[in-house]
Design a protein around this ligand. Sequence first.
Ligand SMILES: [Zn+2]
Length: 117
Amino acid sequence: MQIKQWFGFVPDFIITLDAEYCRHCGDAEFMALVEHELYHAAQDTDAFGAPKFSRSTGRPVFTIRGHDVEEFVGVVRRYGADAAGVRALVDAANGPPEIAKAQISHACGTCRLRIVS
Ligand SMILES: [Zn+2]
């Protein structure tokens, strides 16, 4: 009810940013944080990996997407990026930033929820 009062409808996603953090972080950190949060917003997929749509409305069914990679540094160190399935991340990390260097670790509320749980 409160969301309908605020927006006039129920949006597919709501991204909440910490105003105090955003006030103090740089442009690159702000952009990285917003992009990080947008990557969490995704269309759900069916059992075959195809985009899922609602049978009643025909609209896309959305979900909160997890991170592309979750692995231990020790496993990657001992068995390699390919064995650990993190090759794409390692390749991306070995290149220069496409936008700018930024530090946003622990700034994502979704990530913090997963760390706590
Ligand atoms: Zn996150």
